[in-house]
Design a protein around this ligand. Sequence first.
Ligand code: NAI
Length: 342
Amino acid sequence: MKIAFFDAKPYDMPGFEKYGKENDIQFKFYESMLNEDTVALAKGADGVCVFVNDTLNAAVIDKLSEMGVKIVALRCAGYNNVDLQHAFGKVHVVHVPVYSAYAVAEHAIAMLLTSIRRIHKAYIRTRDFNFSLNGLTGFDLHGKTIGIIGAGKIGRVMMDICKGFGMKVIAYDKYPSGDDIQFVPLEELFAQSDIISLHCPLTKETYHMINEESIAKMKKGVVIINTSRGALIDAEALLSGIKARQVGAACLDVYEEESDVFFTDYSGHILDDDTLARLISMPNVIVTSHQAFLTNEALENIAEITTQNLLEFFREGMCRNELCYHCGKDEKCKKDRNHKCF
Ligand code: NAI
C-alpha cells in the first residue's frame, strides 16, 4: 500500500514510519501541502494522507480520482478543508475523530492562564533581570463565568477543567445533550461570559460567529479563546474590538488565513498579513500556530488511528471513520448497510 503523505513535518514522521513498517504501508513524505500545483506528486499512490491546511477542493479531488487514488486519510478531526459533496462517489474520506481532547483543552487553558496572569510578559522581563511587577496585574479565574461554544469532546474536557478552578460554566450547542451542562441561548452566553472559548466545528453556519455584532453583545473586557478553527472569528472585527477595549484579551491557536503562514518559519521575513501582524503586536493577544493538538499522546494516537483507517479500508473493504456529505442525512450514504459510505 502506497500513501503520499503531504505537509509532512519532523514531528509527524517517526510515528507514521513506525506504524507503516509494522503494517507494510509505504508512506512517501512530502513537505509540500496538497493543492492543485502539487497533486501530481500523488501519482502511483493508493491514497493520500493530509492535514488541516491541505486543499481538497473539486479540482484536486478530480485529479486524485483520475490518478486512481482511492482514499483521502485526514490525520486530524476537522474536515472543513475537504469538499465532501464533490468527493462523494469519487474518493473515500476518512478522519481521526478523537485523538486527544485533553491536548486541545489543556492548550486552551495554558493560553488563558498565560494571558490573564501575564506570564508571557513576565518570562521576557525576568530573562532580562527586570523584576518589576508594574503592569502584570491579572485576575482570579475562581468565580468567573466561562461560556463554552460547542459542548463536544473538547468542550466537555474544558468544562471539567474550568469547574476545577471554581468557575461558573455555561454552554451553547446547536445539539445540546447532557443534564450536567447548563445550556443557554447564544445571546445569553455572549452577555454573561467573562471568558468565551470556541469548541464547535467550522460550518457555513458558524463562519464568523464572532463578529462585530456579537462582540458588541459581550461583556466589556471579555477574553476570547479560539482553539477550534480560525474562520469562526472575523479577525478584523476582533481587532476593532481589541482597539475599542471591548475585548480584554484574545488567545488564538487558529487564524482565518492561517494556511498562508502557520507551520512555517517566517522569522526574518516581512509578514504580508497586516491583520495578523497587528493582532500579534497587541499586548493582550497570544497567538500559537495551530499547536493545541501537539502532544506526544495525540501524535501517537493520530499515527495509530490513521494506520488503522487505511488497513480497514484496503484489507477489509470498510472504514468506521469514513465521512461523506450524506452521512446521517439521507439514504445515499450506505455506511449503515455496507460499512462504507458508497
Ligand atoms: P465534537 O464533534 O466532539 O464537538 C463539536 C460540538 O460542536 C458538538 O457538540 C456539536 O453539536 C457542536 N456544534 C455543531 N454545530 C454547532 C453550531 N452551529 N453551534 C454550536 N455548536 C455546534 O468535536 P471536538 O473533537 O470537540 O472538536 C471541536 C473542534 O476543535 C473541531 O471542530 C476542530 O475544528 C477543533 N480542533 C482543533 C485542534 C487544534 O489543534 N487547534 C485539534 C482538534 C480539533
